[in-house]
Design a protein around this ligand. Structure first.
Ligand code: FA5
Length: 350
């Protein structure tokens, strides 16, 4: 039996050495290690051995089995690596020096308006900040004066991860971190906090011509001594006139957000229908674009800023809707469609 086992091991080594296709290995496994395989057959016949011989042969048989399993696993690895290598070698070689003969790509309309807004705010001394798309409940709600069970959460149902974090439903989720980042410079050096932070937002909501479940906003905050609503209005006006490069009709009306007091809705007259009413503006002639307001004292406190000494404004510009208005895109869903035919029309400024 010992000899048979050694023979099986030697033959397995030889056979595996010559296999060159992964598909052949399954046949080998069934033939040698399978239920009716050679090795299993030998194990079954061990009943006929003497009590003295049995444990020795049992040990050797196990050893041989483990050896063959290891050789098989190594061979699978080797052949898989060879397959990947073959695939890499069969890929077309890209020569970057060859002139392009196909149409050039173009920037997404949202990227274009985001860059335009960033340029406007940078020129007015605002820093541009980036913030994670995955945030904590504290950042997205609690730090913004929206405690658990507050009805304002219903408007911003989002997608939750198993660890309790969530995909941010608005760029306001970065406010707390921004205040903490800049408060020392504000308090110790008297530098006002001026920052914008564009980002992707997610909401669990039904989509229509002006609502997406994934869209972009651009938050802006300014905090200093004696900041008032007139500062807020000045920056909003400047941003809109620079982006649109023409007069557009806006209206400011009261709006409720737990993190500002007072709060406003800033709407623009729909540029798709000229204010007559259409699907893009839910037939109202106006599109909610940029809610804003004076930062609530509780929110400043959560960011480590004394509301007795400092005030500030915040706004949450709907970048995706701004792109719709700027480029005359009637249905917001086209912007996420990935349709190159639709999106490649927008090439200005780059
Ligand atoms: C907010 O998200 C507040 N965080 C904005 C804010 C910031 C208020 C700072 C005050 C101070 P709201 O849910 O209304 O608010 O969204 C703000 C803007 O984002 C909307 O006016 C709209 O332009 C855009 N927006 C909101 N939901 C969607 C959506 N589902 N699809 C596309 N754009 C949206």
């Amino acid at each position: 039996m010992k000899q048979k086992l050694e023979e099986i091991r030697a033959r397995a080594r030889e056979e595996l050495g010559s296999v060159s296709e992964l598909s052949e290995l399954e046949n080998f496994r069934v033939r040698v290690l399978g239920k009716k395989g050679e090795l299993t057959g030998i194990l079954k016949s061990m009943g006929g051995l003497s009590a003295e011989e049995r444990p020795k042969m049992g040990q050797l048989a196990n050893e041989v089995r483990q050896n063959i399993e290891k050789m098989l696993a190594d061979k699978i690895e080797e052949l898989k690596a060879r397959e990947v290598q073959r695939e890499i070698e069969s890929m077309p070689v890209f020569d970057i020096s060859v002139p392009m003969d196909t149409a050039q790509g173009s920037y997404h309309p949202i990227t274009l308006v985001q860059r335009q807004c960033e340029a406007v705010f940078k020129s007015m001394g605002f820093a541009v900040e980036e913030y994670s798309e995955i945030v904590t409940d504290y950042e997205c709600f609690e730090a913004l004066n929206i405690p658990k069970d507050h009805p304002a959460r219903d408007m911003q149902d989002t997608y939750y991860l198993e660890n309790g974090q969530l995909l941010k439903s608005h760029t306001s989720a970065a406010q707390n971190a921004i205040y903490k980042k800049y408060r020392d410079a504000l308090v110790n050096e008297g530098k006002p906090i001026k920052a914008i932070f564009p980002g992707r937002c997610f909401r669990n909501e039904a989509t229509d011509a002006c609502h997406e479940n994934t869209f972009f906003q651009m938050e802006g905050v300014m905090v200093d001594k004696n900041i008032s609503i007139s500062n807020l209005i000045y920056f909003m006006k400047t941003m809109l006139s620079e982006v649109f490069q023409k007069d557009i009709q806006v209206r400011l009306r009261p709006g409720f957000f737990p993190f500002v007091e007072p709060g406003f809705e800033l709407d623009i007259s729909c540029l798709i229908c000229g204010g007559e009413g259409c699907a893009s503006c839910k037939h109202s002639g106006w599109l909610e674009l940029c809610p804003c307001g004076m930062i609530h004292p509780e929110v400043l406190k959560a960011g480590g800023i004394d509301p007795e000494e400092y005030t500030g404004f915040a706004f949450g510009l709907g970048l995706t809707r701004l792109a719709m208005m700027k480029y005359g895109v009637k249905d917001i869903r086209d912007l996420n469609s990935g349709s190159l035919k639709a999106l490649s029309q927008f090439t200005e400024d780059e």
